[in-house]
Design a protein around this ligand. Structure first.
Ligand SMILES: Nc1nc2c(ncn2[C@@H]2O[C@H](COP(=O)(O)OP(=O)(O)OP(=O)(O)O)[C@@H](O)[C@H]2O)c(=O)[nH]1
Length: 696
């Protein structure tokens, strides 16, 4: 009511019938005071319930008739013209979305003054934080270590990007890091397998490779290419996006017999966003249905400037199965790398990224990493994401121990205290104390961010639930277990995409490895469902414990199947939205009057002789009377008869006699609708690109 800037005092509910008798013209229905709108499902349209209406008389006076006092309450402020349109409540944004994550660049040796400028904080507050972290700064212009700068920024809730200066350092050419992307089934895995087999290193090692999440192909010329071995489904886009942060070149695989598909386009967007150049591999050229020229035209129409059409994107026709064109693909990649003049500093502390992480029973947390610059040396203290450790062992892609790793070299790091995440950065620090400090600071920051995001998620949900009239929002706690850390993350992200205003997908715990007894204990404590992706089936003792505790364990190997399964669980759990549905319609053909037949007062009763023209009319339902499309009344049915017999329902095409409680002003031609309350559940929607969501 505030919205239309006048105030009404509503003193009681008024049946519309009585108001109509007094010749009030209904101008608009007021939903704000309708006691039944929570049931009528029309909260944001007109509320058709008869009991409350905002009315206007012929003279333009607005008011609400109050039968007890026989007067209407006038509006107090008449500056607004009479309302013509139904009242639509304002969209009030209640959520105070926290400011967008801020990220600043930090570097070794920056001063507190510079840090204050970048964070926008006062010098004194930075000095207080420095004191808290036990760092003494004599002057505002003393250089800070990059770790301390990060700690201070984290205390302020600011994200950092570490910048390392290569000034004065010797830069050497380094191999390109390549990610293979493309649509499902276009042959990414086959191509990676075929390329892996071309590796001289592998041949020397007798073809025994461990799965590292990355491998190096060494060419006879002495050059080499590092391939990231990332999975290919759309749900793993999060991981691919992370991969792209380390990636120099993307190989876009397009099947020659299938052409550009949704995930081809998605891969192109990933590469464009990450500003990573693309080399196209038109695969399956051995197939009779292969049409590489058609694929090229499609790619060009997608905006890819192909070399043979005057652009700079190289295209190579290959067959992963027949292993043809692989050498040309490798050459194209090396040429692209040459054009990019990829160089890195070899000396000094390493900058590296985690590609994959897993837990080994005997060796503890293991992280596959790619060094971007500098040299990672065995024995160094490192902080990896929020984890830390001292490098106990470094292994190369064939599992051979090495004491150092140089740029673009995939290595496996042993010695971390916890399991990092794919995409985490690796920072070399001076001491154990510094490593612990930074790791604690990062953990605290990410926990704060997580809680903030949860609360934002809830607020967003609350906001949209207002719009969609959700009965309530339920929480669905989930525990995610997967084979490797990267997959855990991808599955978690994919499950979060099933978040909806009705069901809050709350990932309470994630971990690597099969579902264990401790997962069951946790699930029991918080009523969670356990999701296992690409993990071994749990031991029977664990499954039995889960059954006893009625805990659902969902194990899958195909991400889409997992999402579909969880989607239906979420839909099942969703409370749904209450909706009013017209179950049937009858038209008034005749009006009969029975004298003195009203049960309560012995008054006359009017019966509407109707024909059901659509659906069916049910006695127990609410009836809505429409005249020339306008709602006249809504109320319950007092009697429904067919050929003098009381009946519960009358179907389409049949005639019946209808009495509506508190309404007898029937006219021939009136339409009586029979209203039904239904609960509409949300839907699991999957798009062609593989993206899924729950639509309420
Ligand atoms: N004839 C032919 N078949 C191929 C070729 N490359 C892959 N295939 C077949 O295409 C199918 C899919 O290949 P994958 O390598 O699993 O495709 P992918 O893109 O990795 O698939 P996802 O991992 O599901 O995204 C398999 O049956 C392969 O044998 C090729 O060059 N020629």
């Amino acid at each position: 009511l505030d919205e239309i800037s006048y105030t009404l005092t509503i003193e009681s509910q008024v049946p519309m019938k009585k108001l109509r008798r007094k010749k009030f013209e209904v101008k608009s229905y007021c939903m704000a005071t309708c006691p039944r709108h929570t049931f009528c499902g029309n909260r944001f349209g007109r509320c058709f319930h008869s009991s409350t209406a905002l009315l206007a008389r012929g003279d333009g006076q607005f008011g609400l008739r109050t039968p007890k006092r026989e007067k209407y309450v006038k509006r107090e402020n008449r500056t607004q013209p009479p309302i013509e349109a139904p009242y639509v409540p304002p969209k009030v944004k209640t959520a105070t979305k926290s400011s967008v994550d801020r990220t600043i660049d930090i570097f070794e040796g920056m001063t507190i003054v510079e840090l204050a400028k970048r964070t926008g904080e006062s010098l004194s507050s930075l000095q207080d934080i420095l004191l808290n972290v036990g760092e003494k700064v004599e002057s505002e212009f003393d250089p800070l270590s990059i770790d301390i700068a990060e700690l201070v920024a984290m205390e302020l809730g600011v994200n950092v990007r570490r910048r390392h200066s290569d000034e004065g350092a010797k830069l050497l050419a380094r191999p390109p890091v390549v990610t293979v992307m493309g649509h499902v089934d276009h042959g990414k895995t086959s191509l990676l397998d075929a390329l892996r087999q071309t590796s001289l290193v592998e041949k020397e090692a007798g073809g025994i490779t461990q799965h590292l999440g990355a491998f190096v192909v060494s060419m006879p010329s002495g050059s080499s290419i590092t391939f990231l071995d990332t999975p290919g489904h759309a749900a793993f886009s999060a991981m691919r996006a992370r991969g792209a942060a380390v990636t120099d070149i993307v190989v876009l695989v397009v099947a020659a017999d299938d052409g550009v598909m949704p995930q081809t386009q998605e891969a192109m967007s990933h590469a464009t966003l990450a500003k990573v150049p693309v080399v196209v591999a038109i695969n399956k050229c051995d197939k009779p249905a292969a049409d590489p020229e058609q694929v090229k035209l499609q790619l060009a129409s997608e905006g890819l400037l192909l070399e043979e059409m005057g652009g700079d994107v190289q295209v190579v026709e290959v067959s992963a199965v027949k292993k043809t064109g692989l050498d040309r693909l490798e050459e194209a990649l090396l040429l692209q790398a040459e054009l990019m003049d990829l160089k890195a500093r070899i000396d000094g502390p390493a900058q590296a990224y985690v590609v994959e992480a897993r837990l080994d029973r005997g060796r503890g947390p293991l992280a596959t990493a790619i060094v971007k610059a500098g040299t990672l040396v065995c024995g160094q203290y490192v902080v990896v994401g929020s984890e830390w450790g001292r490098i106990r062992a470094l292994r190369d892609m064939v599992g051979k121990m090495t004491d150092r790793a140089t740029p673009a070299m995939p290595i496996e790091i042993e010695g971390l205290k916890g399991l990092p995440m794919a995409g985490d950065d690796i920072v070399v620090v001076d001491s154990e104390e510094r490593a612990r400090m930074l790791s604690t600071g990062r953990t605290r920051k990410s926990e704060k961010d997580r809680l903030r995001k949860i609360s934002e998620g809830r607020t967003e949900a609350e906001e949209s639930s207002e719009e969609q009239e959700v009965v309530e929002r339920v929480e669905m706690p989930i525990i995610v277990k997967a084979d490797v850390q990267g997959t855990v993350q991808a599955v978690t992200d994919a499950l979060k995409s099933l978040n909806s205003p009705q069901v809050f997908v709350n990932i309470v715990h994630v971990g690597v490895g099969p579902v264990s007894q401790s997962d069951i204990d946790l699930a029991r404590a918080c009523g969670a469902c356990i999701v296992g992706f690409n993990v071994k089936n749990p031991p029977s003792s664990v499954t039995q414990a889960a059954t006893r505790a009625s805990i659902q364990i969902k194990t899958h190997r195909v991400i889409y199947h997992l999402l579909e399964d969880m989607g239906s669980l979420i839909v099942h759990k969703a409370p749904g939205t209450a909706e009013t549905q017209v179950a049937g319609e009858a038209q008034v053909l005749n009006i009969f009057e029975l004298k003195g037949r009203s049960k309560s007062k012995g008054a006359d009763v009017k019966i509407a002789g109707c024909r059901v023209i659509d659906g069916q009319v049910t006695r127990s339902s609410t009836m809505r009377l429409l005249r020339s499309g306008e709602v006249m009344f809504e109320g319950s049915c007092a009697s429904l008869k067919r050929e003098k017999q009381d009946v519960e329902t009358v179907g389409k095409g049949n005639e019946c006699g209808l009495v509506i409680r508190d309404w007898d002003d029937f006219q021939v031609g009136d339409i009586i609708q029979c209203l039904e309350q239904v609960v509409r559940k949300p839907k699991f929607i999957s798009s062609e690109s593989g993206a899924v969501r729950i639509e309420c």
